[in-house]
Design a protein around this ligand. Structure first.
Ligand code: PDD
Length: 286
């Protein structure tokens, strides 16, 4: 079925959606994005994503093309028009399409940003991967130094996924100076002696919206949380591990570089957090 997508103020069939070849997203990866999940036809943590989007735009000195309220309306309109009950909404803003290729940013008055949104229907709650758990391999993190900005420069994470696939694994965890930064498109966690350990926030990782929610729910459930960098060696010796993102929620990890964690099946902490996160998100979705 052809989707209805949104491009710069217009809803249209996906086949008709077009962006200029001079768009800076296309030429320079000069753009930011958000992925917001949809459960029961409603948005999960919309305002968290909107706040992070504002921050990404601010860090790159890029104007916001619409207000947060307008953005919410567009998300909701796309859910209705595409009859999405479960899945994701992808949003991208670029610095627009000036008349030519130029490293210098265009004047925002003359070149408005490009705003694109589309839906992806997908079962998120019922997940065979969540039952089985993921295998991850470690790969050097050679990305740029501002990973806290959610830019569309995703070539390296994409290459990492391919390296994982080639190695027969599901995903990769990136490692810098011996410490795990994050997954290719998710935040990384280990559990040791009942304690949940995940890297503290900084410019080295994306400040996951799912991460913030999961840590809040964990603390409310009296689970112990430690925000600090952990090494790859610690990960291999962990009792269990998991990842979080808007598209996977809480997803158990059962092996790191071929080393099985615990009994090699999804651990109790990851299972409980997945349940908690889904229950709370369904309740709070707007
Ligand atoms: N990825 N770290 C990275 C590098 C990410 O790309 C993502 C999200 C996360 C988790 O953030 P959040 O919980 O806000 O989704 C962490 C999205 C889902 C993607 O690129 O598709």
């Amino acid at each position: 079925m052809s989707r209805t997508v949104y491009v710069n103020g217009v809803y249209m069939p996906e086949e008709e959606a077009k962006v200029s070849i001079f768009d800076r997203g296309f030429l320079f990866a000069d753009g930011v994005y958000e992925v917001t999940s949809v459960l029961g036809g409603k948005l999960v943590d919309f305002h968290g994503h909107a706040r992070r989007l504002e921050r990404s735009l601010g860090e790159l000195d890029m104007p916001a093309p619409v207000t947060v309220e307008e953005l919410l309306d567009i998300h909701r309109e796309l859910i209705v028009r595409n009859e999405v009950t479960e899945g994701m909404i992808y949003l991208q803003i670029t610095r627009g399409a000036p008349a030519d290729r130029d490293f210098v940013f265009p004047d925002p008055e003359a070149t408005p940003p490009t705003l694109v949104l589309f839906t992806q229907s997908k079962a998120l709650i019922e997940s065979p991967a969540a039952e089985k758990g993921l295998s991850v391999i470690s790969i050097d993190d050679i990305r740029w130094g501002r990973r806290d900005i959610k830019t569309v420069q995703l070539l390296y994470p994409s290459m990492c996924k391919m390296m994982a696939k080639k190695a027969g694994a599901d995903d990769a965890w990136m490692v810098e100076d011996g410490f795990v930064t994050e997954g290719t498109s998710n935040n990384a966690y280990i559990v040791k002696g009942g304690k949940i350990i995940t890297r503290s926030l900084g410019t080295e990782i994306l400040h996951g919206i799912t991460r913030a929610a999961v840590l809040k729910f964990a603390r409310e459930a009296q689970m112990e949380v430690e925000e600090r960098p952990f090494t790859l060696e610690e990960a291999k010796q962990a009792d269990e591990a998991f990842i979080t993102s808007a598209s996977t929620f809480v997803m158990p990890v059962v092996s790191v570089d071929g080393v099985s964690l615990g009994d090699g099946t999804p651990g109790p902490v990851a299972r409980r957090l997945r349940e908690l996160y889904i229950d709370e998100s369904v309740k709070a979705a707007i």
